[in-house]
Each structure stands twice: as structure tokens, then as C-alpha cells.
Design a protein around this ligand. Structure first.
Ligand code: SAM
Length: 222
């Protein structure tokens, strides 16, 4: 099936998120974003106490309560986002909750600059909202520890029986703001390993891939 082009420049995308950042939480029920989707995404990462988890396109930090709980006080959460407005809201949340193990980085994920290796990577509702998601995926994968998981949670219409019903709404949403409901991240993830996909609530999915412990070299030996 042909891909739908929704590509916008990053500055336009961050500008839109900057404007809605303060209301992002209130919009969630409207966009059918429920805590169950966040819980499933975090569960797919297989986090343990003491882990370091990287969220790409972390936004206002709506996954942080689940991530902080999963890694515990000895672990850490790194949230990367390109929108100043979204990160400002995330910063307020971090301060309010008194989390000393959450750090926020304002960066374009396609040009990720990060020193530490991480124990998990999460893209939550962000892969479909990025102008160059494959580049962001490659950059995050590079920082992922061998044996660790990368998960993409998002909503989309490509595999749902409700597509004929929801197509007109999706086309309206594409015109209104960032986000590609026809994104197929599992196809990009397949270049890195075996992909597991969990689908739920008609339009949601979490797809997960584990980084091999040893990358195969060109002649096929380990
Ligand atoms: C729909 S929000 C999702 C926020 C959060 N992950 C959540 O689950 O609520 C998408 C986020 O991706 C961010 N984003 C889009 N393109 C990006 C890029 N190239 N680099 C970093 N963040 C980006 C936006 O600024 C926005 O905060």
C-alpha cells in the first residue's frame, strides 16, 4: 500500500507542539489516548530497577510516572524532545513530583547526541510525528545496549477494520497537525531484528525489537 506523505519541516512541527503544550493533557481523551496505552508501552520495554531508559519525543512527560516507577530510584529516565514548550511542561512535572533521576534534553532526535548507553528506548506517539523517524530510530538504536529493547507505541489506521470509517477523520487530522496515522514503524524496525507487535483498542499498537547481543558481521560469523 502506498505511503501517505505527511512530511513537514521540524520547525513547523515543534511550533505546533509549542502552542498546544499547555493543553496537551486535556486533549488526550479527544485523541483517544488512554493510560492503558502508556502502561503497555512501558511494559514492552521489560525494564528493571536501576535501568536507564530513553524516551524519544518525550513531550510533556506523560509516560514519566510509569517509567520512573519501572526503573526505581536507582534508575534514570532521559527525555529527549525538540519542542521547547513541551519540555517546559515536562520540566514542571519533574519538579512537581520531585524526580531527581529524570533529565530532559532539547534535541532533534534525528541528530541525537547522547553519551550513555541505555537499557531501553521508547517512542510513544512520537514516531509518527517526526519528519525523519528512520534517522531518529537509527540514532537511538546506536545508543541501545545489546540485549535491550526498543518499543514504538502509536495509533494508526493501516491495520484496522475501522479504516473506512476513520479515514476521513485521519485526513482532517493530517491537515490540522503533525502525525501520520498511516505510519508503519514495524517495517522500519524489521531492519533491526524480529519485531513483536501487540495491537489493542482497534487503532493502537506497540511494536518491540530487541537488540542482538552480538551484531552479525558481513561473513555471517558472530
Ligand atoms: C504526540 S507528542 C508525544 C509526546 C509523548 N511521547 C506522549 O506520549 O505523550 C510527539 C512529540 O514528538 C516530538 N518530536 C517530533 N519530532 C521530533 C524530533 N525530530 N526530535 C525530537 N522530538 C520530536 C514533538 O515535539 C512532540 O513533543
Amino acid at each position: 500500500m502506498a505511503r501517505v506523505s505527511t512530511e513537514r519541516p521540524l520547525g513547523e512541527i515543534t511550533g505546533q507542539y509549542d502552542r498546544v503544550a499547555r493543553f496537551y493533557r486535556a486533549f488526550e481523551p479527544l485523541y483517544l489516548i488512554f493510560p492503558v496505552a502508556r502502561r503497555k508501552a512501558v511494559a514492552a520495554l521489560g525494564l528493571k530497577s536501576g535501568d536507564t531508559v530513553l524516551e524519544i519525543g518525550a513531550g510533556t512527560g506523560r509516560n514519566f510516572p510509569y517509567l520512573v516507577e519501572a526503573v526505581g530510584p536507582s534508575g534514570s529516565v532521559i527525555g529527549v524532545d525538540a519542542s521547547e514548550g513541551m519540555l517546559r511542561e515536562a520540566g514542571k512535572l519533574v519538579k512537581r513530583r520531585g524526580w531527581s533521576n529524570v533529565s530532559l534534553l532539547r534535541q532533534d532526535a534525528a541528530q541525537l547526541q547522547l553519551d550513555p548507553e541505555v537499557d531501553a528506548v521508547l517512542f510513544s506517539l512520537s514516531y509518527s510525528a517526526m519528519p525523519a523517524p528512520q534517522r531518529a530510530l537509527a540514532a537511538a538504536w546506536e545508543r541501545l545496549r545489546p540485549g535491550a529493547r526498543l518499543a514504538v507505541m502509536d495509533a494508526g489506521l493501516t491495520e484496522t477494520r475501522l479504516r473506512p470509517l476513520l479515514d476521513p477523520i485521519a485526513h482532517l487530522l493530517i491537515r490540522l497537525g503533525p502525525g501520520n496515522p498511516y505510519s508503519r514503524p514495524w517495517e522500519d524496525l524489521a531492519a533491526y531484528g524480529q519485531v513483536t507487535i501487540e495491537r489493542f483498542m482497534f487503532i493502537y499498537y506497540v511494536c518491540t525489537v530487541t537488540k542482538p547481543r552480538a551484531e552479525k558481521v558481513a561473513d555471517g560469523t558472530l
